[in-house]
Design a protein around this ligand. Structure first.
Ligand SMILES: Cc1ncc(COP(=O)(O)O)c(C=O)c1O
Length: 488
C-alpha cells in the first residue's frame, strides 16, 4: 500500500488508530485499495507508517467490528465483499452510466414558438449600449439605499426585515405605496387592494395562474411585450393579437370571448405611443360588456418628457375591472425585483395565497428598506432626477437620429427607449449584428410582432443604461452601419 494513501497527523487531537481506521475506510470506499488483495500485515503497515503495531491492530479490530474487513485463514484481512457491493457506486467499477432522459421528464411547455427577448449579456462592456430594460448604475441612489438597508436592520424595523411573513407583505410598504406612490398615478387604493410582487413579471404570472383556464383567450398587443405572451401561453391560454397605431391599441369591434387583455397604455411596449383617452373609455365600456378583465402594465409611466404623464387607466371612473401592475424596475433598478399590483380585495387574497406556495413573499429586508426610502422623500427625488436625466437623453437620441439617419424619426415623448422604423429593405437582424461588431448594442424589432417576417425593418434603442455623452457617437457609429447594410 502506498504511503500516500494514508496521511496521519501526529499533532492532531484525534488518536492515531482512529485516523488510520478512517483513512482505511476511505481507501476501501473510494476503490483506492485493491479489494482483490489482502490488507498489509500489521507488521508491514506499522513499519511503513512509522507507528506502533498496537496502533495498527486497534484500527484493524475496529474495521473488523464494523464489517469493513474480515479475517480469512492464510490470507489475513480482506475487504468484506458484501460491503463492496454496497459501495459499488463509490468504487464505480461495475456500474454503467445512469442515463436520464431529461427532455422526456421535463414538462413540455406550449410557448416554444414565441421568440424570447435575447439581450447581449455583457452589454455593459460595450461602448454604446442602447439596451432596453437596464439602468445606468451611476444614477442609482447608492448611499440612500445603503442607509435604508442599514436602518431596516434596526428596531423597530428589524422584525419586519427578518420575519417569515408567510403570505403577508410589509404593511409599511403597502401604506407608503397607498399614500405616496399610487396617488401620483391618480390611483386611490386601500391596503387590502395592494399586493407586493417580485416585479411586474411575477404579477403577470400570478394573474395568469389564478385567472386563466386551459383554452381561455388572452388579448395581447401586437407588437407587444414578449414576456407577457410567454406567461399567458404557459398558463394554457390562446393569444389574440390586437394591432397598434398612433393612438395605441386599436380596439376590436367587440371583446367577446377575451377573458383577459394585457395592455401598456402609458407607453406602449415597444413603440411608446400613449393610448388615447377616447380608446381608454371605449375599452373600459367594451370590457364591461364582455366581462373581460384588463391588465394595465404601467412599467415606466412617470417618464414623460413633454407635458405631464397621463393618469393611469386604473384612475378612470368605472375601472374596477382594471388590474394595475407597477414596478420599481425602471425608476430604481430591475435587479431589486420589486413591484406591486392593485386590484379588488377578493383577487388580492387569492393572489396572496398563490404567491405563498411559490415564493412566500418578497424579501422583508428589501421591502422595509423601500418603505424607508419612500418615506424619507428620497424615492421621489430619485424619480425626479432620473426623469430629468432621461429627458436629456431622449432629446439627445432623437436629435442625433434625425441628424444622422437617412430617414425621419418622430418618437412619442416618453418611455426609456426609442422605436425606430426604417425603410422596408432594412433588415434589423443584419443591422443588429453589424452594429454589435462596432460596439453598438441595439435590439432587433421583428420579434415583438406575431408576423415577424413582415416586420424586419424595426429596431429599438434603449437609452436608460447608456451614458448621455455616448449617445451621439453611438448614433454616428450606427448611422455608418445603416449605410453599409442598406448599400450592400
Ligand atoms: C412591458 C413591460 N412590463 C414590465 C416590465 C418590467 O418587469 P419587472 O417589473 O418584472 O422588472 C418591463 C421591463 O422590461 C416591460 O417592458
Amino acid at each position: 500500500m502506498g504511503r500516500t494513501l494514508i496521511a496521519l497527523d501526529r499533532d492532531a487531537p484525534e488518536p492515531l488508530y482512529q485516523q488510520l481506521r478512517k483513512a482505511l475506510e476511505h481507501a476501501i470506499a473510494s476503490g483506492a485499495l485493491n479489494p482483490q488483495l489482502p490488507l498489509p500485515s500489521s507488521r508491514e503497515l506499522s513499519r511503513e507508517l512509522g507507528i506502533s503495531r498496537n496502533t495498527v491492530n486497534t484500527a484493524y479490530q475496529e474495521l473488523i467490528a464494523e464489517g469493513f474487513v474480515e479475517p480469512r485463514p492464510r490470507s489475513g484481512l480482506v475487504v468484506n465483499p458484501e460491503m463492496l457491493s454496497h459501495l459499488s457506486y463509490e468504487t464505480g467499477e461495475q456500474t454503467s452510466p445512469d442515463v436520464i432522459d431529461w427532455p422526456s421528464r421535463v414538462r413540455p411547455w406550449p410557448d416554444t414558438r414565441i421568440p424570447e427577448i435575447a439581450k447581449v449579456s455583457d452589454w455593459h462592456r460595450y461602448p454604446y449600449p442602447f439596451v432596453a430594460g437596464q439602468v445606468e448604475v451611476e444614477s442609482f441612489p447608492r448611499l440612500a439605499w445603503a442607509r435604508a438597508l442599514r436602518e431596516a436592520l434596526e428596531p423597530p424595523h428589524l422584525h419586519y426585515s427578518l420575519r417569515d411573513g408567510i403570505d403577508e407583505d410589509d404593511p409599511y410598504l403597502v401604506d407608503a405605496l397607498c399614500r405616496e406612490v399610487l396617488p401620483t398615478r391618480g390611483i386611490e387604493a386601500e391596503p387590502d387592494q395592494v399586493l407586493i410582487t417580485l416585479g411586474s413579471q411575477q404579477g403577470l404570472d400570478l394573474l395568469a395562474s389564478s385567472l386563466l383556464r386551459e383554452g381561455d383567450t388572452v388579448g395581447v398587443e401586437d407588437p407587444g411585450y414578449l414576456d407577457a405572451r410567454h406567461i399567458f401561453s404557459r398558463a394554457g391560454a390562446l393569444l389574440a393579437p390586437f394591432g397598434i397605431d398612433g393612438a395605441g391599441l386599436v380596439p376590436p369591434a367587440r371583446l367577446d370571448g377575451v377573458s383577459l387583455l394585457h395592455l401598456t397604455p402609458s407607453h406602449h411596449s415597444p413603440t411608446n405611443v400613449t393610448l388615447s383617452i377616447g380608446r381608454r373609455k371605449q375599452l373600459l365600456a367594451q370590457a364591461r360588456q364582455s366581462d373581460t378583465l384588463l391588465i394595465e402594465d404601467d412599467y415606466d409611466s412617470e417618464f414623460r418628457y413633454q407635458g405631464s404623464p397621463t393618469p393611469a387607466l386604473k384612475a378612470l371612473p368605472g375601472s374596477d375591472r382594471v388590474i394595475y401592475l407597477g414596478t420599481f424596475s425602471k425608476f430604481l433598478a430591475p435587479g431589486l425585483r420589486l413591484g406591486y399590483l392593485v386590484a379588488a380585495p377578493e383577487l388580492i387574497r387569492e393572489l396572496r395565497n398563490q404567491r405563498r406556495y411559490r415564493v412566500r413573499h418578497a424579501s422583508g429586508h428589501v421591502q422595509r428598506a423601500m418603505s424607508l426610502l419612500i418615506d424619507s422623500g428620497q424615492y421621489h427625488r430619485t424619480v425626479r432626477r432620473r426623469r430629468t436625466q432621461l429627458q436629456r437623453k431622449w432629446h439627445a437620441l432623437r436629435d442625433a437620429l434625425n441628424e444622422l439617419l437617412p430617414w425621419r424619426v418622430d418618437p412619442p415623448p416618453g418611455g426609456v427607449s426609442i422605436w425606430v422604423t426604417g425603410p422596408s429593405e432594412l433588415d434589423c437582424v443584419e443591422l443588429a449584428r453589424a452594429a454589435l461588431a462596432r460596439g453598438v448594442v441595439i435590439e432587433r424589432g421583428d420579434i415583438y410582432f406575431t408576423e415577424r417576417d413582415a416586420h424586419r425593418n424595426h429596431f429599438r434603442l434603449g437609452f436608460a443604461a447608456i451614458p448621455l455623452e455616448s449617445i451621439r457617437p453611438g448614433v454616428q457609429q450606427l448611422a455608418a452601419v445603416v449605410h453599409q447594410v442598406l448599400h450592400r
